[in-house]
Design a protein around this ligand. Structure first.
Ligand code: PLP
Length: 285
């Protein structure tokens, strides 16, 4: 079955789907994106993803390409046309097409919209979660506006590649102050030896993950103690558990950091429980 992408008003076979070479997304990474988990053909926590998209667009002064309700219809349609029951739907909005010049186009152009969807292997993900993943640390080298979900992801690409080359799945950024900020494509968490879950506050230095926000509600409901504060690499090495969160991985246990095992080297009980409970608390659209 061929895959279908939505590109600027048209549903196209992925092999023929293309954007203009002068699209500012291509020329300058001048755009934003969102990724939603798809479960049972439905989009997980879609309204929150749209609210974050709106914020990212506003911060970069990119116009909304269409009403968000219409974007929702397109995203559902791409999921449907690709017959994705479990997987991801990806949305990208760029400032649009204009003659190459760094400053914004003098006459407003229409933002470009691309939506794709793909299936993930549920069993494989469950197996990965049952084993846990390894992370390595890398120096934080991103711009200060990582709160914007921009398509400008070169440092994240390099960090992820370094992780792969060092036999790990994810990279955690460590700031010059010694505190972990987040993963290359996930938020970072630890669990202390007395059962408190720790993650950095989302006021600066990280992307405000939607999975992170929902998980905090899960923890409140389950009466799991949460501390929103930065933590150091040394603290992570001493922690009972560690895990990462993202729309594609939900809660993914971390069993080693820079080659040193976390806790007993197995996925922790709190991370496992949070992964199991997560979808009871998420909204399905
Ligand atoms: N931080 C970064 C840098 C990310 O790229 C992502 C997701 O792609 C996240 C955090 C997690 O965000 P969410 O839970 O909304 O997927």
């Amino acid at each position: 079955m061929s895959r279908i992408a939505y590109v600027n008003g048209q549903y196209r076979d992925l092999r023929d789907a293309s954007v203009n070479v002068e699209d500012r997304g291509y020329q300058f990474a001048d755009g934003v994106y969102e990724v939603c988990e798809v479960r049972g053909r439905r989009l997980v926590d879609f309204p929150r993803h749209m609210a974050r998209l709106q914020r990212s667009l506003r911060e970069l002064r990119i116009a909304e390409p269409m009403p968000l309700s219409a974007l929702g219809i397109v995203m559902h349609e791409v999921v449907r046309r690709n017959r994705v029951t479990y997987g991801l739907v990806y949305l990208q909005v760029t400032r649009g097409v204009a003659r190459r010049d760094h400053a914004f186009p003098p006459n407003p152009v229409k933002p470009s919209v691309v939506v794709t969807a793909r299936a993930l292997n549920y069993e494989k993900n469950q197996q990965t979660a049952a084993k846990g993943i390894k992370v390595v640390t890398v120096p934080e080298n991103r711009w200060p506006r990582v709160d914007i979900k921009s398509v400008s992801l070169l440092p994240n690409v390099l960090a992820k590649q370094e992780a792969r080359e060092r036999g790990a799945y994810e990279a955690w950024y460590v700031g010059s102050d010694g505190f972990i900020t987040e993963g290359a494509s996930s938020n970072a968490w630890i669990v202390t030896n007395d059962g408190r879950v720790v993650t950095r506050s989302a006021d600066h230095g990280i992307l405000a993950g939607i999975t992170r926000a929902v998980l905090m509600e899960v923890m409140e409901a389950l009466q799991i103690r949460l501390e929103e504060r930065p933590f150091t690499l040394a603290e992570a090495h001493e922690a009972a558990e560690a895990f990462v969160t993202s729309a594609s991985q939900i809660v993914m246990p971390v069993v080693a950091i820079d080659g040193q095992t976390v806790g007993n080297g197995q996925p922790g009980g709190i991370a496992r429980r949070l992964r199991e409970e997560f979808h009871r608390f998420s909204a399905f659209s």
